[in-house]
Write a protein that binds this ligand. Structure first.
Ligand code: HEM
Length: 449
C-alpha cells in the first residue's frame, strides 16, 4: 500500500508572497492555483494551513462528514455577526435548532409562500412601469425585493423599506469580516480601530432592527403562522424553557441575512445574463405566460417552469453566491491518498468546481440546457453544489429556488433587459460573491402583452 502524502502547493507563506492579491483579487489567485495544482493543494497563510479542494469526490468526503470536518476557524469570524444561529452553530445545539426550524421550509409549506413572492415581484414591476423604461441598479432592486420576500414570508413584517440601510450595513460588515479572514488581523472588537468602529456601528443597526421586530411581536401578542412565532413559542423538551432574546436574535438575523443576500446576488447575475442572452430571456418569458392559470402564477404553474429552473441553475453555476465553503479537520485523516492534518482548513470553491472544463465543457458559456436531465445524469454529485451539501445543506434551498423561479419568470414575461454599452460587471468575492458597486441594467417594458 502506498503511503499517504501531503498535498503539494505554492512555496512560502501566501500572507507574504501574495499579500496584495489575497486582499484585492482572491478569485484570480485561486483560479491560478487550480491550474498549477489541479484537484488539491495545500498552502500556508500566516500560521495556518489551508487545503484547497476542487474535485467532486474529495468535496463529497468533506461535506459528507460534519463530525470529522467541523465548521471551524472561518466560521468563528461570522459568529460576530450571526452569533449562535443555525449557520454558525455546531454539535447537538445545532441539531436541535435545525430539527426545529426545518418544518418551516418543508416543501408542503412552500406553496403558501407563492402568493407573497408574486405580490412582492408585482410591486417591483409596477414601480418599474411607473418609472418608465430606463436604467436601474439591478442589485439594489433585487436586494429590495428579496428583503421584502424573506421578511414578509418568514417574519410577517416588511423590511424592504429599509433595504438601503440594511444593504449598506451589510457591505461594511462583510468587507470587514473578509479582510479579517485574508489578513488574519483580528483585533478585539472593543479596540476602537476605524474598521472595528464601523463594524460595531453597523452591527448595531441590524441588531436594532431585529430586536424591534421581536419586541413588536411580544407587544402585540399576535401569533402568526410564521418562523418568528414558532421560534418564540417553542419550549425545550427537557427544561420547558423558551428561547432567550439573544438566541431568537441569532436565529432571526441568520435567516434574515442568509435568506436575502444570497438570493439577491444570484438574481442580479441572472438578470445580467438575461440581458446578455435575450433568446434565453424570451424563452423564460414565454414559459411563464404559458404556465399561468388565468393570468396568475400559482404553485402549480411554478412546478411547470422547467426552462426557468435551468436558467436559474446555470446562472448559479457561473456565479454561485456561496463561492467558498470552509471546514476544519478535527483530526488527522486521509483523502484519496492525501494526508490532511488536524487543524487544516479545508477550502471548497463552488466557483471553481462549477467552472472545471472536464465537467462543464466551454465553461464560460451560459447555456441553461446543460441542466437537462440527460446532460446531468453522468455528472458527479459535487460537480454542482451552489447550496452546499451533507448535513449542513442550505435549509432554504427549495425556498430560494422557488423564489428565484418566480421572480425571473415574472420579470421576463413583462420586461426586456439590456446591458449599457461597453459595461462589464465587476465581481467582488466577500463572504458572498456579489456585484462590485452597482450593476446597471436597462429595463424596457415589452410592447406586446
Ligand atoms: C441562492 C440562494 C442561496 C444560496 C446560494 C445559499 C447557499 C447556502 C450554502 C452553500 C449553505 C451551506 C454553508 C456551509 O456548508 O457552510 C447555506 C446554509 C444555510 N442557508 Fe442558504 N443559500 C441560499 C438561500 C437561503 C435562504 C432563502 C435561506 C432562508 C430563508 C437560507 C438559509 C440558510 C441557513 C439557515 C443555512 C445554515 C444551515 C445549517 O447549517 O444548518 N439560505 N446556504
Amino acid at each position: 500500500m502506498t503511503e499517504a502524502k501531503l498535498p503539494t502547493g505554492p512555496k512560502g507563506n501566501i500572507l507574504f508572497t501574495a499579500r496584495k492579491e489575497l486582499q484585492t483579487n482572491i478569485l484570480g489567485l485561486i483560479e491560478r492555483q487550480v491550474l498549477e495544482f489541479p484537484d488539491i493543494s495545500r498552502l500556508r497563510i500566516g500560521p495556518y494551513y489551508f487545503v484547497n479542494l476542487y474535485e467532486p469526490a474529495m468535496i463529497e468526503q468533506v461535506l459528507g462528514d460534519s463530525e470529522l470536518y467541523s465548521k471551524g476557524r472561518e466560521n468563528a469570524n461570522l459568529k460576530y455577526l450571526l452569533g449562535m444561529g443555525l449557520l454558525t452553530n455546531e454539535g447537538e445545539f445545532w441539531m436541535k435548532q435545525r430539527r426545529l426550524i426545518q418544518p418551516v421550509f418543508h416543501k408542503r409549506r412552500l406553496a403558501g409562500f407563492v402568493q407573497q413572492i408574486v405580490a412582492c415581484t408585482e410591486r417591483l414591476m409596477a414601480d418599474w412601469e411607473s418609472r418608465g423604461d430606463g436604467e436601474v441598479d439591478i442589485h439594489a432592486e433585487m436586494t429590495q425585493v428579496t428583503l421584502g420576500i424573506v421578511s414578509q414570508t418568514l417574519l410577517s413584517t416588511d423590511a424592504s423599506g429599509d433595504f438601503m440601510k440594511i444593504s449598506d450595513a451589510l457591505v461594511i460588515l462583510m468587507k470587514g469580516l473578509s479582510q479579517e479572514t485574508v489578513t488574519l488581523i483580528k483585533l478585539p472588537k472593543w479596540i476602537p480601530t476605524p474598521s472595528n468602529l464601523a463594524m460595531n456601528k453597523n452591527r448595531a443597526i441590524l441588531d436594532k432592527m431585529i430586536y424591534d421586530i421581536i419586541a413588536e411581536r411580544r407587544r402585540t401578542g399576535v401569533k402568526n403562522d410564521d418562523l418568528l412565532s414558532m421560534l418564540m413559542e417553542v419550549e425545550d423538551a427537557d427544561t420547558a424553557e423558551r428561547m432567550t432574546d439573544t438566541q431568537l436574535r441569532d436565529e432571526v438575523i441568520t435567516i434574515f441575512l442568509a435568506g436575502h443576500e444570497t438570493t439577491a446576488n444570484a438574481m442580479s447575475f441572472a438578470i445580467y445574463l438575461m440581458a446578455k442572452h435575450p433568446e434565453v430571456a424570451r424563452r423564460v418569458g414565454a414559459e411563464a405566460r404559458e404556465a399561468m392559470t388565468g393570468g396568475e402564477l400559482t404553485y402549480e404553474s411554478v412546478m411547470k417552469l422547467d426552462y426557468t429552473t435551468r436558467a436559474v441553475k446555470e446562472a448559479m453555476r457561473l456565479y454561485p453566491p456561496a463561492w467558498v465553503i470552509g471546514r476544519q479537520a478535527t483530526r488527522d485523516t486521509v483523502i484519496e491518498g492525501y494526508k490532511i492534518m488536524k487543524g487544516d482548513t479545508m477550502m471548497i470553491f463552488p466557483y471553481l468546481t462549477h467552472r472545471l472544463e472536464k465537467y462543464w465543457p466551454d465553461p464560460l458559456r451560459y447555456d441553461p440546457d446543460r441542466f437537462l436531465p440527460e446532460n446531468m445524469k453522468d455528472k458527479p454529485r459535487y460537480a454542482y453544489f451552489p447550496f452546499g451539501g451533507g448535513a449542513r445543506l442550505c435549509i432554504g434551498n427549495n425556498f430560494a429556488m422557488m423564489e428565484m423561479q418566480i421572480i425571473l419568470a415574472l420579470l421576463c414575461s413583462r420586461f426586456e433587459f439590456s446591458v449599457p454599452d461597453g459595461y462589464t460587471p465587476q465581481i467582488e468575492a466577500l463572504v458572498t460573491l456579489r456585484p462590485k458597486g452597482t450593476l446597471p441594467i436597462r429595463v424596457r417594458k415589452m410592447k406586446s402583452e
